[in-house]
Design a protein around this ligand. Structure first.
Ligand SMILES: NC(=O)c1ccc[n+]([C@@H]2O[C@H](COP(=O)([O-])OP(=O)(O)OC[C@H]3O[C@@H](n4cnc5c(N)ncnc54)[C@H](O)[C@@H]3O)[C@@H](O)[C@H]2O)c1
Length: 446
């Protein structure tokens, strides 16, 4: 029996949980009576003069797949229907249990462009389906959309275990559907099919869902990953160039924080990648080497997964991926719908680059290269509504929500960064802000 005595009158015992013939019982390690299924969970019992208390420690494991594929809407391609299931045996059982049903939510614009292909896919596969197109814009990213989805899902009647809800659209659609799925019958599996570059390299890869609330960005949400994300970059072909720039901002974030090679790639080929809409330029005759579109997307996803997987629920507040997300939420909401998410993130990153320079973390040449790279990606680097007051207010908020420490990720070179905990001196902030405004306010940006 593991026990310790915290004070003269309290006593703690650690229990394992063992299941024999369907019944779980508490057993101490030393007095394990029966063999059975051992849970990862533990119960700690504490007896004191005041009575008994129990502390439950129950590790929850999430498993999700991020799968790149081609021609996802080709009826010969299994991915959309069965890609979330790894093992062939289960797939076989589910395929045999007719009829297969799927509830699909699509962004309205995406529906206009791809709705008939999606319908043809399910018809060809003889799947009972309902496609719900919704106006999933940032202004509409509210609980009303979640409720609408829940009502329709309920009416359609899906099997919560075997019939995942499918979301096809940009980050707004994926976030809203994710929240609805995490609420429906407490947690219903869902699948993400991102159709914008931003949602492909960012919103799809992690566990977060959300809607805006009380004027705050993503103020309501959950940490529930999809069962799978299916990535098909051919959707980018119908995106306006501005939306591609928008996604490149999140890729640049990962480059600046932790991958010099990705930065060099975006610096050298950024404009070309942007106007080719990140479509792979490899032909069947080309060498085995990855082209820059494929390589930059792969690195952006790998580096993000490395940061997210060990901290899926953001328990650790020291997060490199918060770079560009300290002042941008306030700015984005203030000027809605003027700036896209990635544009607001880029303006935040641009200011932070000046701050890093002011703190002596970046050389003048490095600062210049980063700003030139941003301009090459056709991203805004300054905005008149990103005032010094807004910066101060956002950092104050950050301090309040980050357990009393600023936890500010800042670049310390091209492709390296550190998290800074100390409050930034106001004079350093003011000087950085002044230089940022003097040098970039007339850069042809908003
Ligand atoms: N959950 C997360 O971890 C996470 C991470 C990053 C961003 N986000 C969220 O993602 C949202 C931004 O996502 P977004 O940039 O994809 O915006 P979005 O969902 O608003 O889509 C952008 C626009 O592109 C259109 N569109 C989508 N796919 C298209 C296609 N293939 N062809 C033509 N038009 C298409 C949409 O109709 C929309 O007008 C924000 O709300 C942000 O908070 C979430």
């Amino acid at each position: 029996m593991k026990s310790n005595t915290n004070s003269c009158c309290s006593h703690q015992t650690e229990f394992d949980l063992v299941q024999v013939k369907g019944t779980w019982t508490r057993q101490t390690e030393r007095c394990r009576a029966e063999q059975g299924k051992l849970s990862d969970a533990k119960i700690y019992e504490n007896k004191s003069d005041h009575g008994v208390s129990w502390t439950v420690v129950s590790p929850i494991v999430f498993t999700y797949k991020v799968i790149q594929c081609k021609d996802i809407l080709d009826p010969r391609n299994d991915t959309l229907l069965w890609g979330h299931i790894g093992d062939e045996e289960t797939k076989g059982t589910l395929t045999d249990s007719e009829p297969v049903k799927r509830f699909v939510i699509m962004d309205e614009t995406v529906h206009r462009l791809y709705g008939s292909q999606v319908a043809q896919y399910f018809e060809a596969r003889e799947v009972v389906h309902r496609i719900l197109p919704l106006p999933t814009t940032e202004e509409n990213k509210r609980m009303e959309l979640v409720t609408k989805i829940l009502e329709e899902v309920h009416e359609f009647c899906i099997d919560r275990r075997s019939e995942p809800i499918i979301a096809i659209g940009g980050g707004v659609c994926l976030d809203v559907v994710g929240l609805a799925a995490s609420l429906y019958r407490r947690r219903t599996p869902y699948i993400r099919v991102p159709t914008t570059l931003l949602s492909y390299v960012d919103a799809s890869v992690g566990a977060k869902t959300g809607v805006n609330f009380a004027g705050g960005k993503n103020k309501l949400g959950s940490y529930v990953p999809p069962v799978a994300t299916f990535l098909d970059c051919s959707f980018f072909q119908t995106l306006p160039i501005r939306q591609i720039s928008n996604g490149l901002a999140e890729m640049l974030k990962m480059a600046l924080m932790k991958h010099r090679g990705l930065f060099q790639l975006l610096e050298a080929d950024g404009r070309k990648l942007l106007h080719a809409k990140l479509q792979s330029c490899r032909t069947s005759n080309s060498s085995e080497l990855e082209d820059s579109a494929t390589a930059s997307i792969r690195i952006a996803i790998e580096t993000l997964l490395e940061e997210l997987a060990p901290n899926l629920w953001e328990d650790d507040l020291d997060r490199l991926v918060d770079f560009g997300h300290l002042i941008s939420p306030e700015l984005e909401m203030r000027v809605l719908p003027e700036l896209l998410h990635g544009e607001a993130v880029n303006i935040d990153m641009s200011f932070m680059v000046y701050l890093a320079h002011q703190k002596g973390l970046l050389t003048g040449a490095e600062k210049e290269r980063i700003i030139q790279c941003m301009l090459g990606l056709e991203l805004p680097v300054w905005h008149q509504d990103c005032t010094l007051d807004l910066v101060r207010k956002s950092l104050k908020q950050r301090l309040k929500h980050s357990a009393g420490s600023l936890r500010m990720p800042l670049p310390t070179g091209l492709g390296s960064a550190e998290i800074f905990h100390d409050v930034i001196e106001d004079c350093v902030l003011c000087q950085a802000y002044q230089k940022w405004t003097d040098e970039l306010s007339s850069s042809g940006n908003k």
